[in-house]
Structure formats: C-alpha cells, structure tokens
Write a protein that binds this ligand. Structure first.
Ligand code: NAD
Length: 243
C-alpha cells in the first residue's frame, strides 16, 4: 500500500513549480491533496489533470480566506494530516530602491502566509496520529542575497516561526520543519538573466540547478512516518551550495 493512503494534505501554491511537484508525489503516495492558490484557471486545470486533488481559490496573505479554506476542508474531508506552506513570491530590488509595497508583499505572502496557515490548520492537524507540516524556505534565508533583502528576511523569519511552532506542537505529535531549496529550475527562476545564473551555477558544487522533483522527494520523506524523529529542523536541498 502507498505510504500516505488515507491521509489528507494541504499544499499552498501547488499549481506549478515546486508545489506542483510535491502535490504529484503526495498523490502518488495515496494522499488526497487540497491545493490552495490564487489562480482559478490553474487550479481547475490541476483538478482536472490529477485525480486526488481538490482546488480552493485562496490568497494565503489574507487571514480570512485561509481560515475559510481550513473550515471548508475540515468540513468536507473530515480531517487534515499534512500541510505544506509553499506559496512564495519575489519582488527583487536593491535595498535603497526597495519600495514599501515590495517589502510588504513578499513578507505578507512568504512569512505571514505561512503564519496564517499554521494558525488555521494546526488544530485539525493535531488530531491526526501522524501530523506533519513543512514550510518551504530557501538557502537565501541563511546566505542572504544582494537584491533580495525582503525575500531573505521572509525566509529567515520562517525558520524562527517553524522552530517555535515545532516546540509548541511536539507534545501533540505534530512535526514541523523547513525544507530549504537552493537554485531550482521553475518559473520563479527561469526569469533570471544569464549574468545572474552563471555566477550562481559556478557556486554549486554539484554543478547544476536542481529540479522540482528533487525537492518533492525530500518533502514527501519529511512528511512521511519515515521522518518520525525529525522536527524543528532546516533541511537543505541545494546541491552543496552553502553560505
Ligand atoms: P513558482 O512561482 O513557480 O510557484 C509559486 C506558487 O505560489 C504559484 O503556484 C503561485 O500561484 C503561488 N502563490 C504565490 N502567491 C500566492 C498567494 N498569495 N496565495 C496563494 N498562492 C500563492 O515558484 P517555485 O519556484 O515553485 O517556488 C515555490 C516555493 O519554493 C516558494 O516559497 C519559493 O520561495 C521557494 N524556493 C524556490 C526556489 C527556486 O529556486 N525556485 C529556491 C528556494 C526556495
């Protein structure tokens, strides 16, 4: 039997990229997966293409929408076992040119979005006998990156959020970790110009970018009972790229 048969999972931003790869792996392991994302067209297309998925149009930066999604999923599915806070955006600029909007938008989605989801879903997840949460951080959260002060701050903040939540919920058997990818080929990174890609690639010991599937296989491991003694950790999937 597949490892996650009967489990109900929630993945934010699961319509494309790393989130989509995680959704596909969770479905392959037998889980029913609820995808929360903003794009209704992409969400409906995913539902049609991948049996085992259900889509709810949700902006994770809006606490009321996240709370409504949690209520709806608990009402329909009757339980939630697994949560992946994956939704993330970038609004890059050098610090002195960074607008308040660029700062706030990135923090609102990447950090507050994860907080909204943890707050809304931890109660149902704590009733599971195998509850687990994963937040998708970034190597940039520890390394820093010129032009990404807002993004780096949001991903560093996730580590403090997750380590605190892990301590609060360990007693209820819920494991909560950060998975920190390095440079992964997705629509988020395909927009990077060659002069940014080349020096980045040169710093990766494995000599190549990673794939969303390589992140997803570690994500599903961390969500599975095989990772039953891992909580409050930051697990890197970055080809050896270190700060
Ligand atoms: P992506 O842009 O391809 O996908 C991001 C997803 O998040 C999309 O489905 C998007 O619709 C969704 N999303 C954005 N804002 C949202 C909101 N307010 N509410 C709900 N959904 C929202 O990006 P990706 O490369 O797949 O990145 C996924 C995660 O991995 C992000 O958190 C990103 O920061 C992180 N990450 C990516 C890389 C990389 O190299 N690609 C590296 C490190 C970390």
């Amino acid at each position: 039997m597949a490892e996650l048969t009967g489990r109900v999972a929630v993945v934010t931003g699961g319509t494309r990229g790393i989130g989509r790869a995680i959704v596909e792996r969770l479905v392959a392991e037998g889980a029913s997966v609820w995808v929360l994302a903003r794009s209704v067209d992409a969400g409906r297309a995913l539902e049609g293409a991948l049996p085992g998925t259900s889509f709810l149009a949700t902006d994770v930066s809006d606490p009321d929408e996240v709370t409504a999604a949690a209520k709806e999923i608990t009402r329909v599915a009757g339980r939630v076992d697994l949560l992946v806070c994956n939704a993330g955006i970038t609004r890059d600029d050098l610090l002195l040119r960074m607008s308040d909007d660029d700062w706030n938008d990135v923090l609102d989605v990447n950090l507050k979005g994860a907080f909204h989801c943890l707050r809304a879903f931890l109660r149902p997840i704590s009733k599971s006998d195998a509850g687990a949460v994963l937040c998708i951080g970034s190597v940039v959260g520890t390394m820093g990156n010129a032009g990404q002060a807002n993004y780096a701050a949001s991903k560093a903040g996730l580590v403090g959020l997750v380590r605190s939540a892990a301590k609060e919920y360990a007693g209820r058997g819920v494991r909560i970790n950060v998975l920190a990818p390095g440079f992964i080929e997705t629509e988020m990174t395909e927009v990077l110009p060659e002069e940014v890609r080349e020096p980045l690639l040169a710093r990766i010991p494995l000599g190549r970018v990673g794939s969303a599937e390589e992140v997803a296989s570690v994500a599903v491991f961390l969500l599975s009972p095989r990772a039953s003694y891992i909580t409050g950790q930051v697990v890197a999937v970055n080809g050896g790229l270190h700060p």
